[in-house]
Design a protein around this ligand. Sequence first.
Ligand code: PEP
Ligand code: MN
Length: 340
Amino acid sequence: MIIVIRDKATEAQVSELMDWLHSFNVKTNLVTGVHSRIIGLIGDTTSIDMDAVLAREPVEAVKRVQEPYKNANRRFHPDDTVIEVSGRRIGGGSLAVIAGPCSVETEEQLMKTAIAVKNAGADFLRGGAFKPRTSPYAFQGLGKEGIDLLIQARKETGLPIVTEIMDLSDLDLFADVDIVQVGARNMQNFTLLKALGRCDKPVLLKRGLSATLQELLMSAEYIMSEGNSKVILCERGIRTFEPETRNTLDISAVPLLRQKTHLPIVIDPSHATGISGLIEPMSLAAVAAGADALEIEVHIDPKNAWSDGAQSLTPEQFGASMKKIRELERFMRGKEGIAI
Ligand code: PEP
Ligand code: MN
C-alpha cells in the first residue's frame, strides 16, 4: 500500500499516522521527495481499510499494490486447489458437470432427472430445496423435504448433491449435503459466509448480480479466513443493459479468475442466459475458456417446470450437449493428441 501525504501536513500529523499504521503490524517507509512525501507499507496490509486511511487528516491518496485477499490469492498459493467429493474432482484439470433441476419438485421429477443426468455423464446432481425467488408468491422450494429427496436421489444414482442454503438457521439441514451452494443474492451475506467458513464442507459461491470479481474473491475470503478452504467460484451472469438474455455471461471471468486465484471456477450457463437454446454454445465457450466445471439446469418437462423452465434442457438435449462438451474437453486436454 502506498500513501501520499498532503503538502500541508505537519510532521506531528505524519508521525501520528505512522504510529497508527504500525498498530496493524506493518513496517512503514517514509520517502520525502522535493515536492511530496509518500509512505510505503511493507507487510500484510489486508486488515487495513483504505477508506479508514483516506479519512486520516494528512492523507491525500492511497493505492493498494497488492490485492486485499490473501487466502484466495494465487500469489500466495500458486497451485490450483482441487476439491474432491466422493471420488469426483473439481479443479486441477478435470471438467466436472453439475446438472439437475432448478427446483426439487416431486420425487418422480427428481429421480427421473437424476437418472437421466447420470446416464448422460454428469458428475453431480443439483436441485434447489430453498429457492430465492423474485416474487414471494412464486414457488419457494420444498425445504427439508427437498433435501431428503436429493439424498434419496444420491442413494439411487451415486451422484453427490449440490443445493443452495439461503438462511443460516437452516444450516443443520445441510449436514448430509455434499456441496453447499451460496446463491448470487447471498454472495455478500457475510454472516452466512463466515458460518460456512467454520464448516468442513465445499461451498459453491455464486457471483452476485452486480458484483465485481474482486468482490466475489473477497466473499470467498470471508469463508476461507474462517478456516474452510474448499471454495468453488461460480460465474452465473451479471446484470447489464442487454435485455435479450436474463443476464450477461462474463466468460472473461474464467481466465481472469484463473490468474488471480487458485480456486476452481464454475460456469452456470443456465442462469447466465435464461434461454435453453444458449446453454450448449455457452457451455462450450466455458470449456474453451478453461472452466473447471459447469452447472446446468435440466428438467424432464421444462414447459411445466415450477421454476426456470425456459432455461432448462430436456434430458435428451442435455445428453446431446454432453457429448459435445466431453469431446471439447478431450480436445482441450490434448487427450486425442491435439494439444492447444
Ligand atoms: C440456482 O442455481 O438455483 C440459483 C438460484 O442461481 P443464482 O443464485 O445464480 O441466481
Ligand atoms: Mn434456477
